[in-house]
Design a protein around this ligand. Structure first.
Ligand SMILES: NC(=O)c1ccc[n+]([C@@H]2O[C@H](COP(=O)([O-])OP(=O)(O)OC[C@H]3O[C@@H](n4cnc5c(N)ncnc54)[C@H](O)[C@@H]3O)[C@@H](O)[C@H]2O)c1
Ligand SMILES: [Fe+2]
Length: 449
């Protein structure tokens, strides 16, 4: 790989400039947006609308838990009342693997469908998107659809009903599935896979278990933050990201503790969609690059992987994004106007750590193994370097060090140095170790460069 031959410092400096250049072009790329229906009962209203479109037969793609919980009922009742034919494929598992997608494709063909309702979390929505591209491009092997605009023909029409408030996939140009042979995630990007319509129905989310509420909510926060601090921002993506951050800080703890709070659930659903709109334009960064490796190798739930890594990547990037983090702190209401940027940015990082703790997010990734870290870091760096407009690029060894911080304590070869680092807040500004509030009290704060 040619990137391996270029020294780290030159590579990361050049990449920054290159990515900024690419961003000047992508900001003009037209990205369609779905018509949104919002509020309790909106999945039924969407079903009513779809029934009027005259499809021959609709494939509803979902997972067995959603099916058993009866969450499809409002939608299917409305389809039936409107005279629409549909079949349900409810076999989706988290990070749907390629063989499962192939079964979905076969099911679609067997039932002679002509549209898809993507009903569920990101895994069901993304599986639907890939099925839609594959059906329209039957001569392309599934793996060859990975990457940007790989399908020649327009995908099948998709309508979306998210049942988690996290991925924002109902409005994004991306679909993430998994390739079990490579033990890696596979990403399909195409502006034509954005659903035509979507329903944000909080009634469907009241039974979402607290741990999934937490992890998916932090996924949405990560989308908002990574898009806001990257180099492809636009006034539109900034507005969406700021709104999402405000809504998440106010409503995620409520949705976590009081799952039946419909208002908090609806606001989280909106936040997830806003964050999706932000990052589908301005992209994500190292948190996602690393989280995708955890998901591919260990099947770590996507939101959980992001939540564990977010504080560490923010700490690494802090010197390059102090002003942006300060803005986020104000919107999250964790800092006030009288704080200088350094103080406000640090308050934002502290608030992210505190929110993770309050939501029961672990600080370590139990499955992570020291021996895997070099490969994970290499793959994460490659993903970031070839796709993400991050504010500060990492060398491979910096990325390894950041991943090493989330090793479970028993596997930590350097358990002592890690504990020592936690008492050394200056490190938080330079090497990716987030300073805890307690650690900062033990020593004076270093001003961010
Ligand atoms: N396309 C994008 O833009 C995008 C963005 C971020 C993440 N992703 C991808 O999305 C996937 C993760 O999606 P996710 O975090 O939504 O999780 P998920 O779809 O994998 O669902 C997680 C679990 O929650 C359950 N669940 C979902 N909704 C429920 C509900 N309302 N009540 C009870 N249980 C419910 C599911 O059955 C499942 O067991 C990953 O593959 C990730 O890479 C895609
Ligand atoms: Fe994500």
């Amino acid at each position: 790989m040619i990137l391996d031959l270029i020294p780290d410092s030159a590579r990361t400096a050049g990449l920054g400039a290159l990515m900024k250049g690419v961003g000047k072009v992508t900001r003009f790329l037209p990205i369609p947006q779905p018509t949104l229906m919002v509020g309790p009962g909106s999945s039924g209203r969407l079903g009513q609308a779809i029934a009027g479109f005259g499809h021959r037969k609709i494939l509803i793609v979902t997972d067995a838990i959603i099916s058993k919980l009866g969450l499809l009922k409002d939608m299917t009742d409305a389809l039936t009342a409107g005279g629409a034919q549909f079949v349900v494929f409810d076999e989706i598992t988290p990070d749907a693997p390629i063989p499962l997608i192939e079964r979905g494709i076969a099911f679609y063909r067997e039932h002679d469908c002509d549209a898809i309702v993507a009903f569920g979390g990101g895994s069901s929505m993304d599986a639907s998107k890939v099925i839609a591209v594959a059906i329209a491009n039957p001569h392309k092997p599934l793996r060859s659809l990975a990457g940007y605009f790989k399908g020649f023909n327009n995908p099948v029409k998709i309508y979306a009903v998210p049942t988690t408030a996290g991925t924002g996939s109902e409005v994004t140009v991306a679909a993430v599935i998994s390739d079990p042979e490579k033990r890696a995630k596979m990403v399909v990007v195409d502006t034509r896979i954005v659903p035509k319509m979507a329903a944000l129905d909080p009634n469907l989310m009241t039974g979402l278990p607290p741990a999934i509420t937490a992890a998916t909510g932090i996924d949405a926060l990560t989308h908002a933050v990574e898009s806001y601090v990257g180099n492809w921002t636009t006034p539109y993506s900034d507005g969406m990201a700021l709104s999402a951050v405000g809504l998440i800080f106010e409503n995620l703890p409520k949705a976590y503790h009081h799952g039946k709070d419909l208002v908090a659930r609806e606001k989280m659903a909106l936040a997830s969609t806003y964050a999706g709109l932000a990052f589908t334009r301005a992209n994500v960064g190292y948190v996602h690059a690393i989280a995708h490796q955890f998901g591919g190798r260990y099947h770590t739930p996507h939101g959980l992987a992001n939540a564990i890594m977010l504080p560490h990547v923010l700490a690494f990037s802090m010197s390059a994004i102090t002003g942006r983090l300060a803005q986020l702190a104000l919107r999250a209401k964790v800092a006030d106007e009288s704080d200088d940027d350094d103080t406000a940015a640090q308050k934002f990082l502290d608030a992210v750590i505190a929110m993770n703790d309050a939501l029961g997010i672990p600080r370590h990734l139990a499955a992570l193994k020291e021996a895997d870290i070099p490969l994970l870091a290499k793959a994460a760096c490659l993903e970031a370097e070839t796709g993400y407009p991050v504010p500060r690029y990492m060398s491979r060894s910096e990325c390894e060090a950041i991943i090493r911080r989330v090793l479970p304590p028993a596997d930590e070869p350097a358990a002592k140095p890690a504990r020592k680092a936690a008492t050394k807040p200056a490190a938080s500004q330079t090497d990716g170790q987030p300073a805890t509030p307690a650690a900062r009290q033990r020593a004076p704060r270093k001003k961010a460069a």
